[in-house]
Design a protein around this ligand. Structure first.
Ligand code: HEM
Length: 131
């Protein structure tokens, strides 16, 4: 026998207030996964300057690292990557049936650890290029 559920209106963005930890984990995992794919193209573009020789590659990196906005973006990229990895490992555990009763707690742990690692990285990234 089939059952039907009233899922409400998809377009009703006000529903985010009802989201549980698992829903936030799903949204953040999608967001971070696609940001990482986007970054991959940027990364390849920057690395490709090495085809123009050592000097072009070095000056490209020095030029980028000299920009404060780039260093802020690097902190954001680290946060995105760390969350995706930690939550990804958590999802793999869930798929294996490990720790099913602690899914919310492990999501919060991923968030806290991501925050701690990101904050710890700030002096390195914002400190600018090494002399
Ligand atoms: C150690 C590193 C990583 C781990 C453990 C990991 C783990 C995972 C897992 C388990 C999923 C499936 C989530 C689900 O069940 O719905 C996933 C989705 C995804 N990952 Fe990763 N991932 C990693 C690195 C990356 C990297 C480097 C990229 C991008 C270059 C990436 C991009 C994506 C994307 C686009 C998705 C699909 C998101 C969606 O649902 O639309 N991941 N990842």
């Amino acid at each position: 026998m089939s059952q039907s559920f009233n899922r409400g209106t998809v377009e009703d963005f006000g529903r985010w207030r009802e989201f549980s930890a698992g829903m936030w984990a799903w949204i953040f995992h999608k967001f971070t996964g696609w940001v990482l794919v986007g970054y991959l193209f940027t990364h390849i573009a920057v690395l490709s300057t090495s085809l123009g020789g050592d000097e072009l590659y070095t000056s490209t990196l020095q030029g980028l690292e000299a920009l404060l906005v780039v260093r802020f973006l690097e902190v954001g990229l680290l946060a995105v990557a760390v969350f995706h990895i930690l939550n990804g490992v958590r999802l793999l555990m869930v798929d294996l049936g490990v720790g099913l009763e602690a899914q919310d707690k492990s999501f919060y742990a991923s968030m806290v650890l991501t925050g701690a690692i990101t904050v710890a990285s700030i002096p390195t990234f914002l400190g600018g290029p090494l002399a």
